[in-house]
Ligand binder design. Structure first.
Ligand code: BG6
Length: 456
């Protein structure tokens, strides 16, 4: 049995805890029979212990981990104002061994709770786990980081990004670094463009309180897709540990800027109107409960970036994500430049020199090659070689949680990287706030505004 770790969830009665965190804990216990976990919940709702235990049971059941409920049968729930010093002291009382404090809270409450925690005495080796967004802009992220560092050192701060969940991340690393066919051509010499796209058919799902202030840009591009860009664009890390991997990612982010420094031409935004997805009628985003139309929140966003290094200068990295689209399309598409010359006699010159597509969840790799053959043996056409990779049955959250409980922060977002991600998108936020980029419309269930059809 591993040494016990106490996982103290602040915001335990909230949606994130029941929807993502508790199922992930159930799945983790299912996979790790030796893991010794003490689960403590605290939240603003006046839940009874029974109600909390029921929430744990339901969440574990949703992850097919009912059998694991026994292992956290001594779990407790406390109604507490986690921004109050006495309440926090009470929650920490009697905790021995390793402690992970998980802030499943809105950013402002997290910041306030941290402001109080910095003056309290915590068990040695305490790890703090925070949900995105980390601050509200570069300055806010810097302030939050400064407060966090007064509580614990950086290597004990886990800024959770479930996109960095192990299988997805490692799939990119393996494909990129372990193939002679790919590794030497991973640069502007050979790559024409990179697209990171995360289109969802899910809509608002009752999250207006959070989403209407974040929008697609902050919810997805700032927090997740720039992390994916960092992994695609970084130089090879010496080791995949918390230092080398995160140094390499941060260096890539520091070199990343909005294309041409022109936020107006290098960004697009749109918002869904009423429509149908899989037979489900959806109202216009502005008619969803809790939405304030005057905020002009986008539900689909796209930015083009340049990674200004000798490896990547001149290659557009397009990051795009949206909700209420027809299909879920989560992919990285690396298009290679056309070859320098094709022999006379081969017809149908292709627009690119082949393409690598990495689809996320389910993870799949696809290589599109220009080939000839068939009825006209000299005519070029496209063939796809495609296979599933990394058949992980674990939810990304479970993968992240396992590392977190082990105190391994390699796959968490380091403080400076969080600040960089805000810095990168700020010119776009400013241009949007000035109304310089038109907010377009697309019907829910469509592929987005017609003219957004990408070249890929
Ligand atoms: C979350 C966003 O971080 O990631 C959601 O807040 C989004 O809006 C989700 O739907 C996408 O990730 P996944 O793994 O649920 O597809």
């Amino acid at each position: 049995m591993s040494k016990p770790t106490t996982l103290l969830i602040l915001g335990a009665s909230g949606d994130l805890t029941s929807r993502l965190l508790l199922p992930a804990i159930g799945q983790l216990l299912e996979r790790e029979p030796d893991r010794h976990l003490m689960l403590k919940g605290a939240g603003s709702d006046a839940w009874s212990e029974r109600r909390w235990k029921e929430a744990v049971r339901t969440a574990f059941a949703s992850a097919e981990a009912e059998d694991q409920v026994e292992r956290v049968s001594d779990t407790t729930y406390t109604k507490a104002d986690v921004t109050d010093a006495a309440a926090l002291t009470g929650l920490l009382d009697g905790i021995t061994g390793s402690l992970v404090i998980y802030f499943a809270l809105p950013p402002a409450v997290t910041a306030a709770a941290c402001g109080v925690l910095k003056d309290l005495t915590l068990p040695e080796d305490t790890v703090l786990a925070l949900e995105k967004p980390f601050g509200g802009d570069e300055e806010g992220a810097r302030e939050l980081n400064a407060t966090l560092l007064k509580i614990v050192p950086e290597h004990r701060i886990f800024r959770v990004d479930h996109f960095l969940g192990r299988s997805t991340l490692l799939n990119i690393l393996g494909v990129r670094f372990a193939n002679r066919l790919i590794e030497p051509v991973w640069s502007a010499d050979h790559v024409q463009s990179v697209l990171v796209r995360y289109d969802e058919s899910l809509a608002l799902e009752g999250r207006a309180r959070y989403y209407d202030k974040a929008g697609a840009m902050i919810d997805m591009i700032q927090s997740h897709l720039l992390q994916v860009l960092a992994i695609l664009a970084m130089e090879e890390p010496v080791d995949l540990d918390e230092i080398d991997l995160r140094d390499a990612k941060s260096a890539a982010l520091r070199a990343t800027h909005i294309w041409d420094d022109n936020a107006v031409r290098s960004s697009r935004r749109a918002r869904y109107t009423a429509g149908t997805i899989d037979g489900r009628e959806l109202p216009s985003y502005v008619d969803e409960e809790g939405v304030d139309p005057s905020r002009q929140t986008e539900t689909l966003a796209e930015i083009v970036c340049e990674v200004r290094t000798s490896r990547w200068a001149g290659v557009p990295f397009t990051l795009r994500s949206g909700k209420a689209l027809r299909d879920k399309t989560a992919e990285i598409v690396v298009a290679f430049k056309p070859v320098r010359h094709i022999p006379d006699g081969l017809t149908g010159a292709p627009a690119d020199g082949g393409l690598l597509r990495l689809s996320l969840s389910p993870d799949r790799i696809e290589l599109e090659l220009n080939v000839n053959g068939g009825d006209d043996p000299f005519a070029l056409r496209r063939e796809k070689l495609s296979t599933r990779i990394g058949r992980s049955t674990l939810q990304a959250y479970t993968e992240v949680l396992s590392q977190l409980l082990d105190g391994d922060v390699a796959l968490s977002v380091r403080g400076d990287a969080a600040e960089e991600c805000w810095r990168i998108i700020q010119p776009v936020r400013d241009a949007w706030a000035r109304g310089e980029v038109h907010l377009e419309d697309y019907p829910a269930g469509s592929l987005g505004p017609a003219e957004w059809a990408t070249s890929h």
